[in-house]
Design a protein around this ligand. Structure first.
Ligand code: MEV
Length: 323
């Protein structure tokens, strides 16, 4: 049996602007998606998504691609990532051996924590080991990015890179992807318990930008400046400054109309109990927020009191892992 895990992530700065080639910074968090892969003696591919709300999905794979063997009553978004990942690898190596995959997730789906990236990275790492392909972490991140882009019709490399590498990462699309070594941060991640669609929100920002480019373009550029200033503040361990910049970033995300009432409640209530900074993370429209500050218990309590769910309270240096 091959076991792999990959972490989810939060954006410290830069979501949405990263779609327009501005720099972004993200951090892997201590909640992961696990894949267990076991070889079968036949050609069947069996998937047990567990917490992803389906009991079992089975396929037969041939040169023509997948043939679903059991009927699904409703759509299952993660399935597209799974199918595209298996298809990509199988086409590269032209193998049709069967296997079973067990998926366990600690991340809420559609919650802005990069669950689709963690699933894809974990699965590519498992297939990498199964077929002895010797991809390194960067190659796993690149393959996973290709899959996210294909399934979502557009994505930045930030989620897949951060999940594969772990730690705090800086991403300049099309240019550099860097892992920041030896950084720790006191964070709390809270969920609104509202699912949201990244592709819809990305389209919403695009429309706003087209209709008001003279106003929105400078705001997108400002987010890029916040990321660069935030990077310096992080390197100098000026965490209150990091918090201040997170708050400014949130103000602009609000102007881009991707925040909502529940997010605002969690963000303002965590600031009120002493968070140095607090903002939504990911696409917004629900999903999750991240607060920075050393008064973690007060911050967690503020999230719970407003009916939010505390999802994570630590970043992690560990990217994708294989056992
Ligand atoms: C979603 O997690 C972050 C966005 O910037 C989209 C992306 O980068 O692909 C909104």
């Amino acid at each position: 049996m091959i076991t792999t895990t990959a972490p989810g992530k939060v954006y410290l700065f830069g979501e949405h602007a990263v779609v327009y080639n501005q720099p972004a910074m993200a951090s892997a968090i201590n909640k992961r998606i696990k894949i267990e892969l076991e070889e079968r003696s036949d050609k069947e591919i069996l998937i047990h998504p567990n917490d992803l709300s389906f009991k079992e999905i089975s396929f037969e794979y041939s040169e023509d691609g997948f043939k679903l063997k059991n009927k699904l009553k409703r759509s299952f978004p993660s399935l597209e990532y799974i199918k595209t990942a298996i298809d990509l690898i199988k086409r590269e190596i032209r193998d049709n051996s069967g296997f079973e995959i067990n998926i366990t997730s600690e991340l809420p789906p559609a919650g802005g924590l990069g669950s689709s990236a963690a699933l894809t990275v974990s699965l590519i790492a498992a297939l990498n080991k199964f077929y002895g392909l010797n991809f390194d972490k960067r190659e796993i991140a690149n393959k996973s990015y290709k899959i996210e882009k294909e399934v979502q019709g557009g994505a930045s490399p930030c989620d897949t890179f951060t999940s594969a590498m772990g730690g705090i990462t800086k991403v300049i699309p099309g240019e550099t992807l860097t892992k920041k070594e030896k950084m720790d941060l006191p964070i709390v991640v809270g969920s609104t318990r509202q699912e949201s669609s990244t592709s819809k929100l990305v389209k919403k920002v695009k429309k706003l930008k087209i209709e008001n480019s003279e106003i929105i373009d400078p705001l997108i550029d400002d987010i890029g400046k916040i990321t660069l200033k935030g990077e310096k503040a992080l390197e100098n361990r000026k965490l209150r400054k990091v918090g201040q910049l997170m708050d400014i970033n949130q103000g602009i995300l609000d102007a881009l109309n991707v925040s909502n009432l529940k997010l605002s409640e969690l963000i303002y209530s965590t600031r009120k109990v002493g968070a140095w900074g607090s903002k939504l993370t990911g696409a917004g429209g629900g999903g999750c927020m991240v607060a920075l500050g050393d008064r973690k218990e007060e911050i967690k309590n503020a999230i719970k009191v407003r009916d939010g769910e505390v999802i994570a309270d630590q970043i992690t240096a560990k990217g994708v892992e294989v056992r």
